[in-house]
Design a protein around this ligand. Structure first.
Ligand code: SF4
Length: 183
């Protein structure tokens, strides 16, 4: 894996190729497959789990779950940067075996984001492609639909993934990110 494997500057087509590498496919997956995998974690997980079971795998590839029409309407050209960020996060997460962080790490990360000036409202344009996400006082649900202004990722998803990093330095702790993790 090269250091620029996860490059947000890649075209959506290039992201499809990289996702297909993860699935050990010789041809790129369709844009619909990648778009559905971005929005449906369980679909993405099933693709990985079943990649060596041809009958199940082909069925999944042929039948990506439908993304709600208001999300689909932006696919793939508008909001391209956000979609590419989400694709990069998905591919990285897949490489890590779809591992999620433990409860303590999740809480620490979420607390940091809640106190961070880079946590912003998604805004009207981006909002259209972010599936509704409930907000509550429960750990993992406290950031609602907010995004990180530095990377464009949905915070509630980003903080769960072991493969993700906070893109900002901690304002006081040298060598650490705002998540209190090494840079
Ligand atoms: S990921 Fe880091 S920079 Fe982004 S909102 Fe959270 S703490 Fe702030």
């Amino acid at each position: 894996m090269t250091t620029d494997f996860f490059n947000k500057k890649d075209s959506f087509e290039e992201q499809c190729k990289k996702f297909s590498e993860l699935l050990e496919l010789s041809r790129p997956v369709s844009e619909d497959v990648l778009f559905s995998a971005i929005h449906d974690e369980e679909y993405a997980r099933q693709l990985i789990i079943n990649k060596r079971i041809p009958s199940k795998f082909m069925k999944l590839l042929r039948n990506p779950p439908k993304v709600k029409s208001n999300h689909k309407s932006t696919h793939p050209h508008s909001n391209a940067e956000l979609i590419k960020s989400a694709a990069v996060a998905l591919i990285k997460w897949g490489k890590s075996g779809f591992t999620k962080v433990d409860a303590k790490t999740l809480e620490t990360r979420e607390n940091a984001c809640l106190a961070c000036p880079n946590m912003v409202d998604p805004g009207m344009v981006i909002q259209k492609i972010i599936p509704s996400h409930k907000i509550s006082n429960k750990v993992g649900e406290r950031t609602g639909k907010h995004i990180c202004d530095l990377c464009g990722c949905q915070i509630h998803k980003k903080i769960q993934l072991i493969s993700e990093n906070c893109p900002d330095k901690h304002p006081e702790l040298e060598g650490m990110t705002r998540w209190h993790e090494p840079i």
